[in-house]
Write a protein that binds this ligand. Structure first.
Ligand SMILES: [Mn+2]
Length: 456
């Protein structure tokens, strides 16, 4: 168990209720602030002048240059302005334009996006949780190489919450998505939900940054989260999702009792026996929910909750995830069944950071940003975590100082993971947390999930 002992992880910024500046000097005048030297000699970002406030391109078409400028600007603004001054850098009109087009693209994607037709010049970069750690995410993008015609990206979700720059991180990824919609895939994490963002900081972050427009911006973000696809299949051989695999719901077609109001679903007793779901069932799941349903007595739409919240276990079998109160636990035998049944070689899932793994001594720790959880006849299940030195704010005895990792899948078969481990960008700019990190539980365990209404 983690002992609670206060560790200084942040330095207070001046209160943000002072009258905000109406103009802000451009990044060009403080260019030294836009590059950070790392111990390995790499720079996180090159310094370059850029125009603020950001404006959406007049022709409505994003370019690599626009996105690179945006990355520089957000890196600069994270170091040089108060959160409440953010609209002076990224006006709400620009936010609206970007999120509108991104939402349209995302909502049209299937629940499980398929990345096929990869050729010998292609590679696919898979990324785990980033949790608002803007500078580490920018470093990752530079280190792996930006998305391009030949370089695909699949992000496994958890873009926001805990870290202080979830909004900037998510906007950068949305911009890449809009620019290269068939090269960049953004999957949903359990934190891309109303419940998690209200507890772990993202809602407050948005309200702080956008003030009286905050509610509008937060609502638009939630709408975008609802559109995020749940899983990916890469080269027909690799399955990725935030949490993991999912149950069959085909035998759980609920019979409704006769009462019209307060009707309860009575499940087929056979449904109590959990079994693996199929990709047909995954395709039919209703993902457009602010919070995935978790209660099998009230909903049959349980696949989104499974995909977003499940965890691998060393115990064989498939069972309800009692630790989290939602999703499943699955053993090595289930990984073998899943891989064999669907002719796959690899599961890449995320969702568990160093804090979660500290509480699960039967599984490997997350010191290096990844773990091989199941190594079975047909292939492997890997956990991938891309937020180094996580969490940004914590009260435990010592920081985890974990590294982050991303995976590159290369030809010919795109099913042998090339794991790239990286360290946190230091120093991380000072920031105040947007959630009560001293009292909020560490790793999503024992969630006090919102009560569910009877499904329509
Ligand atoms: Mn997660």
């Amino acid at each position: 168990m983690t002992k609670k002992k206060k560790l200084v992880t942040s330095v207070s910024l001046p209160p943000s209720d002072q009258s905000p500046a109406t103009t802000i000097s451009t990044p060009a005048t403080t260019s030294t602030a836009t590059s950070t030297d790392r111990s390995d000699g790499k720079k996180t970002l090159l310094s370059a002048p850029a125009q603020i406030p950001v404006s959406y391109p007049e022709d409505g078409v994003l370019s690599v240059e626009w996105i690179q400028d945006l990355m520089l600007i957000f890196d600069w603004s994270s170091r040089n302005i108060r959160p409440s001054e953010f609209p002076l850098v990224f006006p709400v009109q620009v936010f609206d334009a970007l999120v509108l087009i991104a939402s349209k693209i995302l909502h049209k994607e299937p629940n499980c996006v398929r990345i096929d037709g990869l050729d010998q010049d292609s590679s696919v970069v898979v990324v785990g949780d980033v949790h608002g750690q803007l500078h580490d995410t920018l470093f990752l993008l530079q280190d792996a190489g930006f998305p391009s015609e030949n370089r695909f990206f699949v992000f496994n979700g958890d873009y926001v919450d805990r870290g202080a720059w979830g909004l900037e991180t998510f906007l950068i990824l949305l911009a890449w998505k809009v620019f290269l919609p068939h090269r960049v895939y953004l999957l949903r994490g359990n934190h891309e939900s109303k419940y998690c963002t209200s507890v772990y900081g993202f809602e407050k972050e948005v309200m702080t940054k956008y003030g009286d427009k905050g509610k509008h911006v937060y609502r638009k973000c939630l709408g975008c989260f609802e559109g995020l696809p749940l899983a990916s299949l890469i080269g027909r051989r690799v399955y990725t999702a935030h949490g993991g695999i999912f149950r069959s719901v085909s035998r759980t077609t609920p019979n409704r009792s006769k009462g019209k109001k307060n009707r309860r679903l009575i499940l087929n007793p056979e449904a109590d026996r959990l079994s693996l779901g199929s990709f047909e069932e995954l395709a039919k799941a209703r993902r457009s929910v602010l919070d995935p349903p978790w209660n099998p007595h009230l909903s049959s739409n349980l696949i989104p909750g499974d995909v977003l919240w499940s965890d691998p276990s060393m115990q064989p079998g498939l069972s309800e995830n009692k630790e989290r109160g939602i999703g499943l636990m699955w053993g090595p035998d289930c990984t073998e069944d899943f891989l064999k049944k669907f002719d796959l070689k690899l599961i890449i899932r995320s969702h568990e950071g160093p804090d979660a793994r500290q509480k699960r001594p039967n599984l490997a720790g997350m010191d290096n940003g990844y773990t091989v959880d199941h190594d079975v006849e047909s292939g492997k299940c890997i956990t991938l975590f891309s937020a180094p030195d996580y969490p940004q704010f914590q009260v435990t005895d010592d920081r985890f100082r974990n590294k982050g990792a991303y995976i590159v899948l290369r030809p010919p078969n795109f099913d042998e993971p090339d794991i790239c481990v990286f360290e946190a960008v230091t120093p991380r700019p000072e920031a105040n947390p947007f959630y009560d990190f001293e009292n909020v539980i560490d790793s999503d365990e024992e969630l006090d999930l919102p009560s569910e209404e009877t499904p329509a």
